[in-house]
Structure formats: structure tokens, C-alpha cells
Design a protein around this ligand. Structure first.
Ligand code: G3P
Ligand code: CA
Length: 303
């Protein structure tokens, strides 16, 4: 009997103790959760890695070698600067002249200043676009945009293209080519330009969902941010900012207007770390294999 009373008291005590523990648990829960999330670094959404002019830190920019390497390094996008030769052929080339990245001065000594659109494609094709970078790339040619796409398709590369129209007036020809290869229909392309009129010309030519990125130069980036963003938000989906100008304020202001932020050109690991942690949406880099080695840039596993 006593056993019972004593047993009863013990039961009541255990029940009371269980209740107290439960109340304590409920009280602890939010604190516990807050603590656990506070200790984890805030994971910014993963920035896309854009191979700037291909893997141009390891191979001569805008050559098939550079694009192939960028694909092998699993870049999310492969950047191609596009210009037109005198006969309208679309070629992958950054500069308006040929002197820096080809042997044009040797092959055409009397054709200074060697402007790209002063040469037909057949004349451009005679140039060596690799030796300037390193002798082992001797004989690399200036590829056409068509050849770049054909190489990516032939080598089953999934990575989409990030096309920069380097001169206004080539939009229809570029879109026609991308349509011919199905890149437009598959949304396997993003466009960028320093020329607003080029992006405005592209908009009616492309299907919904393909992004247009307005590149901002050093000078513009350091004056009148909000006014500039207001203008850009009318026709573009994002901005391309130079590394020297990007700040949390820029990123917040652009995101506030629904504009994504891509930054060029980010090669130093400490800059990559800083920008990835800052929550930029993409980085152009000559070394597309580097971000994977930086925690802040590392991908969350895709489910
Ligand atoms: O688009 C980013 C970057 O490519 C723009 O500058 O001169 O390298 O074409 P640039
Ligand atoms: Ca470019």
C-alpha cells in the first residue's frame, strides 16, 4: 500500500518532471535553432561561373582551345565576344584591331591599324591567333561563331554561350545563327553588350526568358548609380559591373530593381571569395577552375 502511495508520489513526480522537461524543451527550441543557424555562414546563392573569353588564363582568348578548356573546367557559361569581318562573317574576337592577339602586323605590314572590319574572313583566316600567348598554341585560328557552336556540339558540351555583341548592327545575324543551331530555342544563350542599342535591337528578336545584360564601363560605374539602374531596368535583365566598382550597395540597388549582377573580370582568389560571399549572381573569370576551390563560391549540392 505504502508502496502505492510512495509509488503514486514517484509517478506524480516523474510526470511533473517530464512536463517540466517538455516545457524547457519548448523554451529551448527557438533559441537552439537560432544558435545553429547563426553559427553557419549565410550561404549566398551560387554565382554562375563565366569563362571570360574562354579559359583565357590558360589558352589564347577566343580560340577553340580556350573554349574547349573552359568546357572541360565545367564553366557554367562560355563567353564569346562577337564582331563582324568586312564581308559580314561573324568571328570571335575581343579587340577592334588585330595587333594584340594575331600576327597581322607581319602578314599584312601595310594594313595598319589592322581593324577587324577592314579584313575579309578569308584574310583573317590566314592569321595566327595563338603564338602571341605561347608558342605551343602556334597556328590557332580566329574562329567564326558558327565554328565555335559546331565544336561545342560535336564535343557534346552542355555549357551555354554568353555572347557579347562588340558592335551594334550584328544582332540579326547572331540571332539567325543561334536559331539555326537550336541554341535560341533551347535558351542556351545569354546576351551582353556595352551598347544599349544592341540589347534593345536584340529584345524583339529573341524568345522570352533569354536574358539581356547591360555592361557598365569603369567611368559610368563610378557616377550616378540609381539613375543608371533606372534606365537599364527598362530594357535589360541585369548588369555587368567592373570589379573596381562592385559594392554591397551596388548589388542591393540592382537586386532592388530586379536586375541580376555579373562582375568582370575576377581572377584573384580573394576577390572571388569576397564577391561570392557578397551574393553577386555571376563572375567572369579567366580561370574558370578557381571558384570551385573557394568555399564561398562552392556549389550547394544540386538535389
Ligand atoms: O563581359 C564582361 C567583359 O567581357 C567585358 O569586358 O572588355 O573583357 O569584353 P571585355
Ligand atoms: Ca567580353
Amino acid at each position: 500500500m505504502i508502496q502505492n502511495r510512495k509509488g503514486g508520489t514517484t509517478l506524480r513526480r516523474t510526470a511533473a518532471l517530464r512536463q517540466w522537461l517538455y516545457v524547457l524543451f519548448l523554451l529551448w527550441l527557438p533559441l537552439g535553432l537560432a544558435a545553429s543557424t547563426a553559427s553557419q555562414p549565410s550561404v549566398a546563392p551560387e554565382p554562375i561561373i563565366i569563362a571570360h573569353r574562354g579559359a583565357s588564363g590558360y589558352a589564347p582568348e577566343h580560340t577553340l582551345s580556350s573554349y574547349r578548356l573552359a568546357a572541360r573546367m565545367q564553366a557554367d557559361y562560355i563567353e564569346v565576344d562577337v564582331r563582324a569581318a568586312k564581308d559580314g562573317k561573324l568571328v570571335a574576337l575581343h579587340d577592334a584591331t588585330l595587333a594584340r592577339t594575331t600576327n597581322a602586323e607581319t602578314v599584312y605590314p601595310r594594313r595598319a591599324p589592322w581593324r577587324v572590319n577592314d579584313f575579309s574572313f578569308a584574310e583573317l583566316r590566314r592569321l595566327d591567333a595563338g603564338s602571341w600567348f605561347h608558342p605551343r598554341f602556334a597556328g590557332q585560328r580566329i574562329p567564326t561563331l558558327d565554328e565555335v557552336i559546331q565544336m561545342l556540339k560535336a564535343e557534346r558540351v552542355e555549357a551555354p554561350l554568353y555572347i557579347e555583341t562588340k558592335q551594334p548592327g550584328i544582332e540579326e545575324a547572331v540571332v539567325h545563327l543561334l536559331k539555326k543551331h537550336g541554341f535560341l530555342q533551347q535558351r542556351r544563350v545569354m546576351f551582353q553588350s556595352f551598347h544599349p542599342e544592341s540589347l534593345q535591337a536584340l529584345r524583339p528578336l529573341i524568345p522570352h526568358g533569354i536574358r539581356l545584360i547591360q555592361l557598365v564601363g569603369e567611368k559610368e560605374a563610378h557616377s550616378g548609380r540609381d539613375e543608371l539602374l533606372q534606365q537599364i531596368a527598362v530594357y535589360a535583365d541585369g548588369i555587368g559591373l567592373p570589379l573596381s566598382a562592385v559594392t554591397e550597395e551596388w548589388v542591393r540597388a540592382a537586386h532592388g530593381r530586379g536586375l541580376i549582377v555579373h562582375v568582370y573580370t575576377v581572377n584573384a582568389p580573394h576577390d572571388l571569395e569576397r564577391l561570392c560571399a557578397m551574393g553577386v549572381d555571376g563572375v567572369f573569370t579567366d580561370y574558370p577552375d578557381r571558384p570551385a576551390r573557394i568555399a564561398a563560391c562552392r556549389r550547394l549540392p544540386r538535389h
